[in-house]
Design a protein around this ligand. Structure first.
Ligand code: NDP
Ligand code: 8X3
Length: 257
């Protein structure tokens, strides 16, 4: 088994939902946590709990993954003891709106593409060369059932997750011959602030998304990620697709309402 005790785990989007759950899961294994997001107050509020849960050390990084040059300089400028990243969890991401393509807002498209696709690329580009140099590393990317099957009014969000899938598979091919591992974790419906973000704070509309089903919890995704990372060093889990029992794919749900 690959142990994460004392290893440096970099999680983007650690201020909420799945990223925060990953921070808790890896804290419980005694990892050193490098946590990034735009909302530093959220990360600061999480820090004492993570140290109590067993994290060896926690370092916080204010980062907007959309800002390419800043991503590069922030990661290159980390204190030396935080430079050797063992595990990168590319989790930062979002959806904006649920609109027919012909009625969609280009600014929503930009935000999703800039964050979910370009942001993921920028962070990966800044971290992977060091992993190759040190001869160790695991990149975990957050995909989605949305990347497998497009749903109505979701073309652009779904496209970003289809892109994640191609990038995940491409990176695995490009690091072949190194000891690096590359995994995509692709959840279906997970109850997090994701829908509140999608509907720009409309909590009533967000709550409807989860009505009549038992969704996944962020901890379920963190558990799958921790499992993939802790396989023996010669085992690469290429992809994990997980849904609630009430969900068959990105279009088909068992709603009890
Ligand atoms: P949340 O809204 O709870 O968390 C999203 C995280 O991403 C926040 O920590 C946010 O931090 C961060 N983030 C967003 N934009 C940026 C940015 N520009 N720079 C840095 N960080 C950013 O949603 P989830 O936890 O649900 O989502 C996490 C990932 O999981 C996303 O990639 C999402 O697409 C994916 N996913 C979610 C599913 C779900 O049903 N919830 C299902 C499948 C995949 P901050 O705002 O502080 O910067
Ligand atoms: C998030 C799941 O179905 O809301 O990726 O797009 S979905």
């Amino acid at each position: 088994k690959f142990t994460v005790q004392g290893k440096t785990v970099f999680i983007t989007g650690a201020s909420s939902g799945i990223g925060a759950a990953c921070a808790r899961a890896f804290a419980g294994e005694g990892a050193r946590l490098l946590l990034a997001a735009r909302r530093m107050d959220r990360l600061q509020a999480l820090q004492p709990e993570l140290l109590n849960a067993g994290a060896l050390e926690v370092h916080l990084l204010e980062l907007d993954v959309r800002e390419g040059p800043k991503v590069e300089s922030s990661i290159a400028g980390l204190p030396s003891e935080w430079q050797a990243i063992d595990v990168l969890i590319n989790n930062a991401g979002l959806s904006r709106g649920l609109d027919k393509l012909q009625e969609g807002k280009p600014e929503d498209w930009d935000e999703m593409i800039d964050t979910n696709v370009k942001g993921l690329l920028y962070v990966t580009r800044a971290v992977v060369p060091g992993m190759i140099e040190r001869g160790t590393g695991h990149v975990v990317n957050l995909g989605s059932t949305a990347g497998e099957m497009t749903y109505p009014k979701g073309a652009v969000y779904c496209a970003t997750k289809a892109a994640e899938r191609a990038i995940n598979d491409g990176l695995r091919q490009d690091v072949l011959g190194t000891p690096l591992r590359v995994t995509s974790v692709d959840p279906g419906m997970v109850e997090t602030p994701f829908s509140e973000v999608r509907f720009r704070g409309d909590t009533k509309r967000a709550a409807q998304v989860y009505e009549g089903v038992t969704p996944l919890k962020p901890e379920d995704i963190a558990d799958a990620i921790l499992w993939a990372v802790t396989r023996p060093a010669h085992v690469n889990i290429a992809r994990i697709l997980l849904t609630p029992v009430d969900q068959a794919n990105s279009l088909l749900f068992n709603r009890k309402t």
